[in-house]
Design a binder for this molecule. Sequence first.
Ligand code: NAP
Length: 362
Amino acid sequence: MSFSIPASQSKIVLRQRPEARVISTLGQGDSTFEYVTEKLPSVAEVKDGHVLIRVEHVSLDPAMRGWLRDARSYIPPVQIGEVMRAGGVGTVVASKFPGLQPGDQVSGTLGWQEYAHIPGKACEKRQVAGGSTLLDYLGPLGSSGQTAYWGIFDVGAIKANDVVVVTGAAGSVGSLVVQMAKLKGCKVIAVAGSDDKCKWLKESLKADEALNYKHADFKKTYREVTQKKYGYIDVVFENVGGEVLDLTLLCLKPGARIALCGAIADYNNPKPTGLKNYQTLIAMRAKLQGFIVFDYAKRYHEAERDISKWLADGSLARKFHVIGDGAKSAKEALQLCPQALNDLFDGKNVGKMVVKVAEPLR
Ligand SMILES: NC(=O)c1ccc[n+]([C@@H]2O[C@H](COP(=O)([O-])OP(=O)(O)OC[C@H]3O[C@@H](n4cnc5c(N)ncnc54)[C@H](OP(=O)(O)O)[C@@H]3O)[C@@H](O)[C@H]2O)c1
């Protein structure tokens, strides 16, 4: 592959930690991030054991808001001045790592930047099989798919005919969970934030019910559906937390399992209010279990095998919400990332949100 590496690149680095939502303007006043340019290594200057990757798409994840917080967590926070951490896919353009060659397609933590100069062992070579694309490694074959798979099958331990509630159901993880639970033969009640999303969940993803939590009568409808129509809930895949989770606690069957995947309702909230109805966990002998997808890393190949098969035979649909498609340059596309992160919290996406940084080389 012949490709000429430019002399410099642009990237988005953390400037200061936000109190609540990120401030999406760049490099002024309270801005969370700033845009910088830096010199790129030439082919000869690539470090031993490293690769230089041309970043083509970067992932936007609610978890990024947590990575900006200087607090103990499952991963250290992004430091001030560091490139914003983000999953990404791209093509190797120079390599001093024996396992990777220029032209190889890879995924990894590439960051909000045009090129990632990282250890070769920190990224995965992707041999894109029929029925999938490199972009799928940011969606169903990436962290979202792994999270959905292990969360619903292992933590949630679903069985055929279980009544399953999925919150954040029209998002990246949620939309995959809905379909995986249907593949298992469960009855799925999806919760999402617009009528259009609910229509998609019912008509395209075959959710048995889809309820808009923004409707004024949601609480009443939710209790009627989960309790009267379906006889209470066996399994919850919880992406959102907050008030809806609190309400769900009143609608559980004895022995219910709640796979606590995320709490996006509270990520921007400096003072979450907590759950008032937690005592029903005792009465219902229910289990509320948090999980982090990385803990399943040694078993990712199992999920990848099943998900690839479902993608190839059409039993699993994926949807990407691509930002930056019309951008004139990688620099312009990268500058859209901070606002795109806020857009996730405003529910502007259906399916997996990504920013297209550059036209894929193949
Ligand atoms: N545990 C793990 O290892 C792991 C791994 C990956 C992701 N996660 C978690 O999984 C969840 C989903 O992640 P994702 O990448 O798939 O994001 P996503 O669902 O594609 O995007 C976020 C969605 O959350 C909904 N939302 C935002 N603010 C909300 C609020 N206040 N109340 C209710 N819904 C709200 C929005 O949809 P609406 O229009 O429906 O509001 C939005 O589209 C997140 O909580 C994330 O942190 C956990």
